[in-house]
Design a protein around this ligand. Structure first.
Ligand SMILES: NC(=O)C1=CN([C@@H]2O[C@H](COP(=O)(O)OP(=O)(O)OC[C@H]3O[C@@H](n4cnc5c(N)ncnc54)[C@H](O)[C@@H]3O)[C@@H](O)[C@H]2O)[C@@H](O)CC1
Ligand SMILES: Nc1ncnc2c1ncn2[C@@H]1O[C@H](COP(=O)(O)OP(=O)(O)O)[C@@H](O)[C@H]1O
Ligand SMILES: [K+]
Length: 499
């Protein structure tokens, strides 16, 4: 499903109005009808509609009229100066004034009589919200949030539709009705939770008009990522499902590489090889009998792989993952460089794989490997010099720009993981806060490494990997709640890998 930011939505609306000659008031009426349809399904006894000074408020006025003409009991709350109204919102306000309508100015009235309303409609602010919100608006949001059932029009008021951040205070909706396509704010940051269930309704914008905007950002709902996953023929053997190498680990960090290796085998790899310092062989090999162990020379507990062994790996591997628990140092950076220049297959760079290349990030442009990087915002900050706050406020743009600049696929982890190849960008929708636990990123790396070995492309593996990781985490959450562990994610992956 397509996802847009506020300026793209504005351009789509403008094109529909100016080129396709659909008057704005018609779009607003269609939006209002679509909200009315959903409200009718709820069959409320008494409705409060809280309207703001822009077109989101205009939608609210029009919904109020439709409810009234269908004999619903409805009150409108408008706490702003009516002189501020303009355009289509003003037209709809003026229509209400001609009807026998109570437009209540005082939000305290709603607060004091909340018990009488079984539905509160939030039409305060939509995609036009900018900057800080005033104390009066915060007060209105507080009152809306006391509603028994809250329906937000377009986006919960107070959520920035471009990044999902709450601008000081926001509505927490049970459902949000949005128009034509989801906005970034429904999927990212606080907006993901604040939006409740998001319903997308058509408001008659022609498909051609949408296509012309050339939107290349998508949300990953259940159907799409799972449709990438391919059924296996019966007549297959382990050689058909990839030979993958996971290079990592150090004397003090053996757990991460164990998790990634387990995740790779549990995601369906044919052959998984663990390349790690020889001093941790007892810890790794006893944990996973299914893998091939390649214990390597080490110096002070860190890997020191000789050129002969590296060449052997490069010759045999379909996929190489480098970095997990590996540590940082000059010889490790040299090893990464060697692999990136000599190996023409897929490389997954994560954790210390990324921390090492921070010093020489341009080597990504010179790489002959096909690379996916899987940073969390902290690692992305070290790679780019941008602050974590900036990265989280611009997740789609940051992932996309990096992918374009360095010719790789970027999987930016977090509560809504973003995957981009610079042209197409996908926002993951599975997963839960229980997954914010040590080692869950290592599991994701193992899964993506495995999928690449099974024949999925860089972008596909990023999309499918992050979605399956979140789904497995959601299953683990059902059993263990916030006590879920990285191992529980691994144990649940298989549930989604069958037909
Ligand atoms: N043709 C269109 O453009 C359509 C727009 N629609 C609706 O219009 C909405 C967008 O309308 P607008 O662009 O008018 O914007 P909004 O109604 O979202 O909000 C802008 C209004 O709020 C005020 N405002 C902005 N930031 C504020 C802040 N921090 N504190 C207090 N007041 C603030 C502005 O002065 C303006 O009056 C959409 O979310 C959607 O609900 C729908 O009617 C469908 C068609
Ligand atoms: N709140 C959340 N909702 C969904 N997924 C999350 C959440 N928090 C973390 N995750 C996922 O868990 C993983 C954590 O990875 P990372 O930060 O690298 O952890 P570690 O380094 O401990 O393995 C990422 O895939 C991330 O997307
Ligand atoms: K709203």
């Amino acid at each position: 499903m397509l996802v847009v930011n506020s300026s793209e939505m504005k351009q789509i609306d403008l094109r529909a109005i100016e080129i396709y000659r659909i008057p704005g008031i018609v779009l607003m009426e269609n939006a209002a009808h679509s909200v009315f349809e959903e409200i009718a399904k709820l069959n409320p006894r008494k409705v409060a509609i809280v309207c703001g000074p822009g077109n989101n408020g205009g939608d609210g006025f029009a919904v109020a009229r439709l409810l009234k003409t269908h004999s619903y009991d409805v009150d409108v709350f408008f706490c702003f100066d009516e002189k501020k109204l303009k355009g289509d919102a003003k037209v709809n306000y003026e229509i209400l004034k001609t009807m026998d309508f109570s437009i209540i100015k005082d939000i305290e009235y709603l607060q004091n009589n909340m018990i009488n309303y079984d539905l509160v409609v939030d039409a305060l602010f939509g995609t036009g919200l900018r900057g800080e919100i005033s104390e009066e608006s915060k007060r209105i949001i507080d009152v809306i949030n006391q509603g028994r059932f809250i329906l937000s029009i377009d986006i919960p008021s107070g959520i920035n539709s471009d990044n999902g951040k709450s601008i000081g205070k926001c509505v927490y909706a049970d459902i949000t009705i949005t128009f034509e396509c989801k906005k970034y704010g429904h999927l990212l940051g606080e907006g993901r939770e604040a939006s409740g269930a998001v319903i997308v309704k058509k408001i008659s914008i022609p498909k051609k008009c949408m296509d012309e905007q050339n939107i290349k950002t998508f949300s990953c709902d259940d159907k799409f990522p799972l449709s990438i996953y391919k059924r296996r023929n019966f007549d297959t053997n382990k050689g058909d499902f990839g030979k993958v190498y996971i290079i990592g680990g150090s004397y003090n960090m053996s757990g991460a590489v164990i998790l990634a290796l387990k995740a790779a085998i549990k995601t369906g790899s044919g052959l998984v090889c663990g390349v790690y310092p020889e001093s941790i062989i007892d810890r790794v090999a006893t944990q996973i009998p299914e893998i091939i162990n390649i214990p390597c020379e080490e110096k002070n507990g860190f890997l020191e792989i000789g050129v002969d062994m590296l060449n052997d790996i490069i010759n045999k591997a379909d996929v190489i993952s480098i970095g997990i628990g590996m540590g940082k140092g000059h010889s490790l950076l040299e090893m990464i460089k060697y692999i990136l220049y000599k190996f023409k297959g897929y490389v997954v760079l994560d954790a210390d794989g990324l921390n090492n290349i921070c010093e020489d990030i341009s080597l990504l442009n010179e790489a002959n490997s096909k690379v996916i990087i899987t940073p969390h915002p902290g690692e992305m900050s070290r790679l780019t010099g941008l602050t974590v706050d900036y990265i989280n406020s611009n997740r789609v743009e940051v992932a996309k720009d990096f992918a374009n600049k360095y010719g790789c696929v970027v999987l930016l982890k977090g509560s809504s993981t973003v995957v981009s190849n610079g042209e197409e960008t996908y926002i993951n929708t599975s997963g839960n806060p229980g997954m914010a636990t040590a080692g869950s990123g290592d599991v994701l790396t193992g899964m993506i490494t495995s999928l690449l070995g099974q024949g999925y492309g860089l972008l596909e593996s990023g999309i499918l990997g992050s979605f399956l990781h979140g789904k497995a985490g959601d299953e683990a959450y059902k059993q263990y709640g916030y006590g879920l562990t990285a191992t529980d994610i691994i144990e649940n992956v298989g549930k989604f890998l069958k037909f």
